[in-house]
Each structure stands twice: as C-alpha cells, then as structure tokens.
Design a protein around this ligand. Structure first.
Ligand code: BG6
Ligand code: MG
Length: 224
C-alpha cells in the first residue's frame, strides 16, 4: 500500500469474526446439532444457515419454531449448547484463520486504518485468543458489548465509537445478511462475503475473504 492509495475517506475497518476471520459456523452447527439430537428436534445444515450472525437466544428461538418453552428452560438449553461450543473451541489454532484473513488485516493496518472486531458472539475474545490475533485489533466489540443484536447497528456503532471513527468513515466486512443490514443501518460501507442471495445488499461483495481487495474498498469509500 502506497501513500497514493492511502484512503482519505476511510478511517477504520470493522471485521465480523465468525465466517470472515475464521469458520466457527461449523462448531456452532455441531453444538446446536448435538443439542437438537438430544432433544429430538429436527435440525440440519440447511436450517443452520439461518443462524449465521444471529445471537445465541435468537438462534434457539429459530430452532424451536412453534415449540413453546419457559424462559428458564430456554436459558438452560442455550447454556448447554454454549458448553458444547466452548468445548469445541479447544481445537481452534492459528491454522483456523480463513485464507486471506490475516493478510487483509495486515494490509489495513499498513494502510494506516484502524481495525476492530464487531462480532455477535460472547465467545469472540476466546476465539481471537486461540487464533493468536487479539493484539492486532484496536477495539473489540462482541456479544457482551450491546443489548440489541444485528441487524441493529449498535454493535458496529459501539466499535466505531471505541475507535473514535465516524460511522460514515468505517467499512464493515460481514458474511451474514443480518450483519450487512446492521452495517447499512449504521451508515457504514458494507462489504459482503458470500453469495448474492445472502449479502447482495452490501456495497461490495466477494465470494470469500481471499478475494477481497482493499484498493476496491478504499475506492468505494471515496465514491460515497
Ligand atoms: C455469531 C455467529 O458470530 O455469534 C452465530 O455467527 C452465533 O452463529 C452468534 O449464534 C452468538 O455466538 P455465541 O458464541 O455468543 O453463542
Ligand atoms: Mg459472521
């Protein structure tokens, strides 16, 4: 990155974690699948796709559908799934960084941009520690930081505030429909990772993180 490509329109890039930096979606799936099997509920990978970027309790509600349970029971079920998920995180190592994720982070930093995590997960710090990239971030906003989950913009606005960056000068990299909606609601540049039917509302879209071009993000920010 040269001075010429350095952005004057962008101060910061906020990264979603699950599905952008690492593929923990598989571990979330296995946790929910184990719980669903134990409870005798139908659940498969296709239904799991609806849970991308969705908070823990909202995920449980989606799995439950019409089944009505009292709040304490739901909390116990969500806790049980979380225990399974946290157990599976013990396997996570730096090798689980998605291709291109570390490179993109470093490019952002070299370009003088601030970088933050904006993840719905309450386990985000644990995952970052296991990936050994916690120290790279200027701010971490996670499922503990705000009340209202994506698609509300609160999490990304929290990250921007921690960075001291105006929302309009932030880009968000997201793999979930709800995350793209949250970025747009926050007035940020949305970069979608995944198929058009999922993240097509974003300003820019790539099939995977390895294809992301920082120059294109900077150019899109300059055009806004
Ligand atoms: C998001 C995942 O990052 O975090 C969702 O995409 C998950 O699948 C959500 O439900 C909440 O995670 P956690 O770790 O707080 O249960
Ligand atoms: Mg995600």
């Amino acid at each position: 990155m040269t001075d010429a490509t350095r952005s004057s329109a962008l101060d910061a890039v906020i990264f979603d974690l699950d599905g952008v930096i690492t593929d923990t979606a598989e571990y979330h799936y296995r946790g929910w699948k184990r719980l669903a099997d134990e409870q005798g509920w139908p659940f498969d990978r296709e239904r799991n796709e609806q849970l991308r970027g969705v908070s823990r309790m909202e995920s449980l509600d989606l799995i439950l559908g019409d089944r009505e349970l009292d709040p304490e029971e739901k909390l116990a079920l969500a806790d049980r799934k979380n225990r399974y998920y946290v157990e599976s995180l013990e396997q996570v190592t730096p090798r689980d960084l998605l291709p291109g994720a570390h490179e993109l982070l470093m490019q952002c930093k070299q370009a003088g941009l601030k970088v933050a995590i904006g993840s719905s997960s309450r386990n985000a710090r644990n995952v970052l520690d296991r990936l050994q990239i916690t120290d790279l971030f200027d701010a971490i906003s996670d499922g503990n930081s705000v009340e209202r989950a994506k698609p509300q913009p609160d999490l990304f606005l929290h990250a921007a505030a921690q960075l001291g960056a105006p929302p309009a000068r932030c880009a968000v990299i997201e793999d979930a429909e709800s995350g793209v909606a949250a970025a747009l609601a926050g007035g940020m540049l949305a970069v979608g990772i995944g198929p058009p039917e999922r993240v097509g509302a974003a300003h820019l879209r790539y099939d995977n993180v390895a294809q992301v071009r920082l120059e294109e993000i900077l150019a899109a920010a300059a055009r806004r």
